[in-house]
Design a protein around this ligand. Structure first.
Ligand SMILES: [Zn+2]
Length: 70
């Protein structure tokens, strides 16, 4: 899958990433759009020590269920 990845402070890279694995009871969602909020900007600027690159940001997502396990 393609993803916009936070790869370093103030650096994003659009690249191929492995398909996520699905555990029993999980759903895999095909993301269509993601909002960018203040916490994403903190990470991008290197102000959040909990978010270490490489990391796919964007936790405010909209999509359709792609696959469901179990
Ligand atoms: Zn947020």
């Amino acid at each position: 899958m393609k993803a916009l990845v936070y790869t370093a402070n103030e650096e994003m890279t659009y690249r191929e990433e492995p398909e996520p694995t699905v555990q029993p009871g999980d759903s895999l969602v095909a993301i269509e759009a993601v909002g960018i909020c203040g916490s994403d900007m903190h990470a991008y600027l290197g102000h959040d020590e909990r978010r270490v690159p490489p990391l796919i940001l964007g936790h405010e997502a909209r999509g359709n269920r792609y696959r469901r396990s179990g």
